[in-house]
Design a protein around this ligand. Sequence first.
Ligand code: KIV
Ligand code: NA
Length: 272
Amino acid sequence: RKTAPLPDDIRARKGGVPIVSLTAYTTPMAQLMDAQCDFVLVGDSVGMVLHGLESTLGVTLDMMILHGRAVKRGLNHAMMVVDMPFGSYEESCEQAFRNAARIMAETGAGAVKLEGGVGMAGTIAFLVGRGIPVMAHIGLTPQSINTLGGYKVQGRGAAGDALLGDARAVADAGAFAVVLEKVPAVLADRVTQDIAIPTIGIGASAGCDGQILVVDDMLGLFTAFKPKFVKRYATLGAQAEAAIAAYASEVRARAFPAPEHIFADTQPEALK
Ligand code: KIV
Ligand code: NA
């Protein structure tokens, strides 16, 4: 693939080869995943993963734009989606458009993502109708943690019908894809069969049209906690810790720097 896919290209992947995506927050990590990912999400998880925040509620529009600009510099092939942070879109369609337009213009994102189903359908239609592609995010929506009452599985039992209603609402509103977070696999499969846009699963089902993970989770770099749905493909955090410990002991023993790391004297003969 020569150029980044457009939101319509992602939409057209419905029912086909699964869509591959990860989060990224920095240029070098974006470069590492660019060739493998169909899209890269600059998630508001950046607040917890890189800034030490307790939740995503403290993430600002300026943070998302700064990290969006950094990630864009590392991408040549994958599309970039940037999360709209808490408080930047819920108030009105106009507020959502103003802030989404800033994200698009200042970062070069191909689309924005926002959290919410039926309640955000009007906002999604307003943005899409004005030229801003939107990825929706339903199920566990971390910006609503204070009303959801914890990071628990969503849509269990009778609540499954409401989640299906959310999925239908965002699809009808014009979202080009929808993230399903932390929902029962049978429900994720039911939603995937029911709606015409791709479902992107995280803690959902292998039957979704695509998958996403937080990159620091799957690399074992972020280890403060590990949700059940995270698979660690590497243990880079432990490797970094060991490397730092080795450096510290070599400095204390004057074993670093070694001869190959230091510079020869090049003073003129006459001054020696
Ligand atoms: O912020 C984030 O990382 C996300 C993904 C987990 C979907 O929204
Ligand atoms: Na997010």
